[in-house]
Design a protein around this ligand. Structure first.
Ligand code: LRH
Ligand code: MN
Length: 404
């Protein structure tokens, strides 16, 4: 007796074939999708008002990687986990790498923490005090070395640097201080490593931020060198910003290095990707599908804070939302789209996107997961696995890890 999922899949592939979609090619790309999860997404997090600790939260980087491996087991496309230093500092990084590979995992982007040291109130690499700039540059170089020990070729940089009052410091002097420190770091990277620069318009600085937008990040990358690329965090745009246009511009400059996927309604809310504006995520993926065909290497990472929701389900749902956004983008009839565009058919072009976006691709994503040895219903399987209960029992002693 054909199961509901099998029937849904059969109906979907039949209707896609009727739309002359190459279903096998789409499934092949779905199986090659890769999403990196953040170690800090498994730990406790919150806002300045409260951090609500949750039972079963990992207590150290080893347990964070174990949780990431469980998300990979269920979704099939998350074989790497990004780390943040010192949140994930250990005595033996070789041991951490070994632990990861024993679970079929790799350690991905290494993120220096340049926002929690007491010396950083006036900035890090932009700080007027050369001793503080030295400290920040040393930490970046330490993370380059850690990258070597864990087998990572991605250095992911975000700077909280900025000012809170007009006149507080010189924009251009701060930018040249940043360039001086980053060019030293760039020179310290092995040729196999890329430096990703993440911009953000405000918070924690509230008058100006030294890397506020894609233009500031792109021009800094162009000054530094080929292996410096821009990282787009979806939560780091002022209201009304057309993010898919920003992505297209950075791609056109050949400098799109990666993403921090999440979603926001107001500011840098770090909510589950696709949970507020799934259409925007789809439109971004339409750009990425084209870029991938051009051979661009782009690192797709999640960067979220699960303040009240169960962290494992949140991460699993995030990956599923990214699989569905990618699947819908792969269904766009690009021939019809370009034809409509070139003949000025305004709504014709728009409707080719709507046709793809309105397709329920969940049976296709479920099948792709099964074909990779993962599961059709990851959330259901996670709930039935008893993983959360087991983690809560085993991790009852000691405090859950967090932003400290
Ligand atoms: C800054 C940011 C950055 C991380 C941090 C956890 O808002 O997006 O990418 O270092 O969140
Ligand atoms: Mn980020």
């Amino acid at each position: 007796m054909e199961s509901a999922t099998e029937r849904d899949y059969a109906n979907l592939t039949e209707s896609l074939a009727a739309r002359s979609v190459d279903v096998e090619a789409v499934e092949g790309r779905l199986r090659s999708q890769r999403i990196e999860t953040p170690s800090w997404g498994y730990g406790n997090s919150g806002t300045r008002f409260k951090i609500f600790p949750q039972p079963g939260v990992p207590r150290d980087p080893f347990e964070k990687i174990s949780d990431a491996a469980e998300v990979h087991r269920l979704t099939g496309i998350c074989p790497s986990v990004a780390i943040h230093i010192p949140w994930d500092r250990v005595d033996d990084y070789g041991q951490l790498k070994e632990h990861a590979s024993s679970l079929g995992m790799e350690i991905g982007a290494v993120n220096p923490n340049l926002f929690q040291e007491k010396e950083y109130s006036l900035g890090t690499v932009c700080n007027p005090d050369p001793a503080v700039r030295r400290k920040a540059t040393e930490h970046i170089i330490e993370c380059i070395e850690i990258g070597g020990e864990v087998g990572s070729d991605v250095l992911s940089l975000w700077f909280a640097d900025g000012t809170n009052y007009a006149g507080q410091d010189s924009f251009v002097e701060r930018r040249s201080r940043m360039y001086e420190c980053l060019s030293e770091a760039y020179a310290a990277m092995p040729n196999s490593m890329r430096m990703l620069l993440e911009y953000k318009p405000f918070e924690p600085a509230f008058y100006h931020t030294d890397l506020p937008d894609w233009g500031a990040a792109l021009t800094m990358c162009q000054r530094l060198g080929e292996r410096a690329q821009v990282l787009v965090d979806l939560g780091h745009h002022l209201q009304g910003t057309n993010i898919e246009h920003v992505v297209a511009l950075i791609l056109d400059e050949g400098r799109l290095g990666g993403f921090h996927f999440n979603n926001r309604k107001y500011a840098d809310d770090d909510l589950i990707v696709g949970s507020v504006n799934p259409f925007e995520l789809f439109l971004i993926y339409v750009k990425l599908v084209e870029a991938e065909e051009g051979g661009a290497r782009i690192d797709y990472m999640i960067d979220q804070a699960h303040n009240i929701e169960p962290k494992m389900e949140a991460m699993i749902l995030s990956v599923m939302n990214l699989q569905e956004a990618y699947a819908k983008a792969l269904l766009v009839d690009r021939g019809a789209l370009n034809e409509a565009r070139h003949s000025g058919e305004v709504l014709g072009a728009h409707r080719t996107l709507i046709d793809a976006y309105s397709t329920d691709v969940r049976p296709l994503c479920a099948k792709a997961r099964e074909d990779m040895g993962a599961v059709a219903d990851p959330i259901g399987a996670f709930e039935q696995s008893g993983y959360a209960e087991k983690a809560a029992r085993e991790r009852a002693e000691g405090a859950g890890a967090g932003w400290n």
